[in-house]
Ligand binder design. Structure first.
Ligand SMILES: [Zn+2]
Length: 128
């Protein structure tokens, strides 16, 4: 299976698992792999129908499922987070990002689940 086929398959698997878990229509409308100039890389899944309440209630399961998706796509799930549509309870995306040293410092400096109003952290592995 090539990379695009893998992304495609995993998009669909995760969508089905989230629908089953939340018992409502959740749409994963796009899954992307990315690489940034700073060295960060990873994957982003744009979502429709997911809300911050869903994360708070089902965080353990959603994190587990997303971690598995990330591993399937060979992205180390060291930093998993959701991006929120500002000023709304709606999620814009789920993200798994392998942070470069500089971005790690930026994210690790904040504490708690919401270092910024548009970010909800599901998992951040602290470095030594
Ligand atoms: Zn970076």
């Amino acid at each position: 299976m090539n990379l695009i086929e893998k992304i495609s398959k995993n998009r669909s698997v995760l969508e089905n698992r989230l629908r089953e878990l939340l018992a409502k229509p959740v749409f994963l409308i796009e899954a992307d792999a990315f690489a940034l100039p700073c060295g960060c890389h990873g994957m982003t899944i744009n979502t429709r129908g997911l809300q911050v309440d869903d994360l708070e209630i089902f965080e353990e399961h959603i994190t587990k499922y997303f971690k598995e998706t990330s591993l399937e796509l060979e992205v180390e799930p060291s930093f998993l987070f959701a991006r929120l549509i500002p000023g709304t309870p709606e999620l814009a995306s789920l993200n798994s990002r392998v942070l470069c040293d500089r971005c790690y410092m930026d994210f690790a400096r904040g504490s708690g689940k919401k270092p910024r109003p548009d970010i909800y952290i599901l998992n951040l592995v602290r470095r030594e």
